[in-house]
Ligand binder design. Structure first.
Ligand code: ZN
Length: 148
């Protein structure tokens, strides 16, 4: 295993153990639920959106280390960003975990820790769940999202 992979693993384990923004927001004006039945991951996302900016964001849920770490990283990355910027990050993340080409990891920053999941299609759903749920919350979809 390469050193880089070891580092990525550490980041994921750290976020799993001490997830950032792991809380219910009492003043959230957007929320969404997400499920990944394949793995059993479940997430509830809370967003405080003001004038198109994600002022605050929190999540709760249960699932595997990858889904939790992804939600933790996602929430810390989009906090303070506009919903348009968050959408753009989602696109980049999606390309990272699905594309055959090597991603530009410099541009992706911390998100590049998930580049390793590309080799495991089932894990892509774990890593993408939080992002799909964020999109549902921002688009105010009334139904829970599922990766299936
Ligand atoms: Zn999972």
């Amino acid at each position: 295993m390469s050193e880089l992979t070891e580092l990525y693993k550490e980041v994921i384990l750290d976020h799993n153990k001490r997830p950032r923004n792991y809380q219910k927001l009492s003043d959230a004006n957007r929320s969404a639920e997400g499920f990944n039945p394949l793995c059993g991951d479940q997430i509830q996302l809370y967003v405080k959106l003001e004038e198109g900016v994600i002022r605050d964001i929190g999540f709760q849920g249960s699932g595997c280390a990858i889904s939790k770490a992804s939600a933790s990283l996602m929430t810390s990355l989009v906090k303070g960003k506009t919903s348009t910027d968050a959408d753009e990050l989602f696109e980049r993340f999606h390309r990272l975990v699905t594309s055959e080409q090597s991603p530009d990891t410099a541009e992706l920053g911390k998100l590049s820790v998930f580049s390793g999941v590309r080799e495991f299609p089932a894990r892509v759903k774990c890593a993408s769940l939080a992002w799909h749920t964020l999109r549902a919350a921002l688009e105010e979809k009334g139904v829970p999202v599922t990766t299936e």
